[in-house]
Design a protein around this ligand. Structure first.
Ligand code: NI
Ligand code: MN
Length: 226
């Protein structure tokens, strides 16, 4: 499987058969100016929570009704009013089987409201079982001890964690999260986009190295084989 980074917390996982896009936020991200949106096709779009830096571009990737949106009930309601129609709603702790594999919506410690003030439900992450791998995308979250439940229930191959701090975990907290998740292949997200979340990448990698955990900090449009 292939991961491709589009900046901030937006990325694609290509299973080989289906393309899974997460938290589309590209046009408003100056760091992602070189990403050509018209070349991105998604079969599924995952939305972790209602903040604009996770769904601003969703309408670009749901132009064909065959593209299904995986999100919570409140986000579905809000997007239905914008004319989107193909959803697979979940709520925290729930699971759904898809053609590509099985998705569980997981807890995240974060707020979730739309830019117009509408309540967005609770923020979430996703645990995905597919192609004999388990991938965990934490969404925007603080460090919390129940992350260890995920490693009691799943053998997580890759964890995609925020590392920018201020609004989410920083690299130190994300390293602790990786230990709770018993996962030593981490992809860092949600850094550098805004002044407040600019990070020192060398320091971040060093923090993880000291615990024998590999932190990959992707550059925009970089691909990583999962
Ligand atoms: Ni957020
Ligand atoms: Mn965010």
């Amino acid at each position: 499987m292939k991961f491709e980074y589009f900046g901030h917390a937006c990325f694609m996982i290509d299973t080989g058969n289906e393309k899974l896009l997460f938290d589309p936020f590209i046009r408003q991200n100056p760091l992602a100016a070189d990403v050509s949106i018209e070349n991105i096709h998604a079969d599924y779009v995952f939305i972790s929570h209602a903040h604009a830096d996770h769904l601003a571009d969703i309408e670009l990737f749901t132009k064909t009704s065959s593209t299904q949106v995986i999100c919570n009930f409140e986000i579905m309601n809000w997007l239905q009013k914008k004319g989107l129609s193909n959803f697979a709603p979940l709520n925290i702790g729930g699971q759904r089987q898809f053609k590509f594999g099985k998705v569980r919506m997981t807890q995240a410690i974060h707020s979730s409201s739309f830019s117009d003030g509408t309540y967005g439900g609770t923020a979430a992450g996703f645990l995905i079982e597919f192609n004999n791998k388990v991938i965990y995308y934490a969404g925007d979250t603080a460090l919390f001890s129940d992350l260890k439940l995920n490693s009691e229930m799943y053998a997580i191959d890759w964890a995609l964690l925020p590392i920018g701090g201020v609004f989410t975990m920083d690299a130190f907290d994300a390293c602790k999260a990786a230990q709770l998740l018993k996962c030593n292949q981490i992809i860092g997200l949600h850094f550098d986009t805004f002044e407040a979340i600019k990070i020192n990448k060398t320091n971040a990698i060093q923090v993880f190295n000291e615990q024998q955990i590999q932190l990959h900090i992707p550059t925009i449009q970089q691909t990583i084989i999962l």
